[in-house]
Ligand binder design. Structure first.
Ligand SMILES: [Zn+2]
Length: 254
């Protein structure tokens, strides 16, 4: 049996065509949870035929695609098992776990890097190799990786604000931890606490939280002057805040 698989994007619909010489007559079509429409087609099906089938079913395919998108944006509770979807910097990744003596965690973005348009489709795989692959071990390894990435990414993004005029003594002391109720906070003595879960959200939302907390070093309240300072340095902060609200469910992923 020969099997040839090809991926297309037809009118914003991602399609994977599997040409199969066992199938001789009709074309089968299923909506895969990955967000691709999988078409089983006879070997000699032309691309024009595939395109015409997609446009014939366009509204149905579009509807199903929206449902998949909504499912990914719902951020279901994690069970820490192979095949689950996890989020990193706003993109979805398939968790691929295997057992092996040498622990390693690799974030491979190559799978869908040609499809940046469909950010809710898994962008790639987060591959964990662990000695023990029970859910507790996966959870510990994954959260350890998120902690490391948060440390590196938050440090790098904070550095970009170092020239804010009220930061006379450079960047403030900061730390991060997994928290359930807030994205960040700024203590009266000027220490910034960030939520490690932020690493699951897009970089522009991380920047929004960082700037919010840094602005509290100048104004320790949410008064008019605080918000005009935010607007001066980040004119679109309100739309970022709205976008961040969609990520609230990640706060209870523990
Ligand atoms: Zn605040």
């Amino acid at each position: 049996m020969g099997l040839l698989s090809e991926r297309f994007v037809i009118d914003t619909i991602p399609v994977e065509v599997r040409r199969n010489n066992r199938r001789r007559t009709r074309i089968g079509m299923v909506f895969d949870p990955s967000g691709y429409v999988i078409m089983d087609a006879p070997m000699d099906t032309s691309e024009a035929e595939i395109r015409s089938i997609v446009s014939e079913h366009y509204r149905w395919l579009r509807y199903r695609l929206t449902k998949v998108q909504e499912a990914y944006e719902r951020f279901p509770a994690l069970h820490y098992e192979n095949g689950e979807i996890v989020h990193y910097l706003g993109a979805a990744f398939v968790l691929c776990v295997k057992s092996g003596p040498k622990k390693s965690i690799v974030c491979d973005e190559s799978r869908n890097d040609q499809l940046p348009l469909f950010s809710y489709l898994p962008r790639g795989e987060l591959r964990l190799t662990l000695a023990a692959t029970d859910s507790g071990s996966i959870r510990d390894a994954l959260n350890g990786w998120f902690r490391e990435r948060a440390q590196a990414v938050f440090a790098e993004r904070l550095e970009r604000w170092v020239s804010l005029p009220w930061l006379d003594n450079g960047l403030p002391a900061w730390s991060h931890s997994f928290m359930r109720s807030q994205w960040g906070s700024c203590s009266t003595n000027g220490k910034i606490s960030l939520n490690t879960h932020l690493i699951k959200t897009p970089i522009e939302l991380i920047d929004y939280v960082l700037l919010h907390e840094l602005c509290h070093l100048k104004h320790h309240n949410h008064g008019k002057r605080f918000y005009s300072l935010m607007s001066f340095h980040m004119p679109d902060w309100e739309s970022r805040r709205k976008h961040l609200n969609r990520y609230l469910p990640v706060l209870v992923q523990d």
